[in-house]
Design a protein around this ligand. Sequence first.
Ligand SMILES: C[S@@+](CC[C@H](N)C(=O)[O-])C[C@H]1O[C@@H](n2cnc3c(N)ncnc32)[C@H](O)[C@@H]1O
Length: 222
Amino acid sequence: MTGPNDTVCVNSTEAAADNAAALTRYYRWHARLYDATRWSFLFGRAALIGSAAQLPDPPRHILEIGCGTGDNLLRLTRQFPDAELTGLDLSADMLARAQRKLAKRPMPVTLRQQRYDRPLSPEPAFDLIVFSYCLSMINPGWRQVLDSALRDLRPGGRLAVVDFHDTRFPIFQRWMAVNHVRMNGHLLPNLNAHCAPLLQTTSAVYGGLWRYFRFIGQKRDE
Ligand SMILES: C[S@@+](CC[C@H](N)C(=O)[O-])C[C@H]1O[C@@H](n2cnc3c(N)ncnc32)[C@H](O)[C@@H]1O
């Protein structure tokens, strides 16, 4: 039997699948330019990993969701040489680049090609989960992804997130939406609602064209 809520649910599931398919197509082309271009606007990535490394109790099991071409995984191998690392991404084109980059590292990194929309296992397995410029692209579905990540985090585990925050310029917001990015300050309040913040910063770039944020939070006790 179905009702109005089921219809909404089916529609949003389909919309989330459409979003994933659109991102897969988008990165088929953008993977080629990614490393050459993204340094100029995906700010705060190295600083996020650096801040995570300064906290006590280093994580032993780390997951990056939406790891793309693997730059953060590379940073994580340097900051946490004893940790087990997993990178997950829906785009085979992005992961192929990550694989090449990580091949020469002494410690193995597990790479998984899949869309993340549910917990990876019934038991939480990670001490640190990283999202770097990923959540702002999951529209719809970012709430479900965040909930799933919290379920994949061990008690006391940490979530480290860097992403676009907001912009005062509607035309820029629309341009970012064309590039699959939602930029209207929706992520930070939700992160705060689910995790006790250990680090939280917002920074303006390019004369205030947009702000990005860095957040590290500890999973709250259930
Ligand atoms: C802007 S890139 C960021 C890549 C990397 N984290 C970085 O900071 O350079 C966003 C990545 O998230 C991936 N992605 C988006 N939604 C995803 C999902 N639901 N599951 C897995 N990967 C996803 C995309 O394929 C893309 O590689």
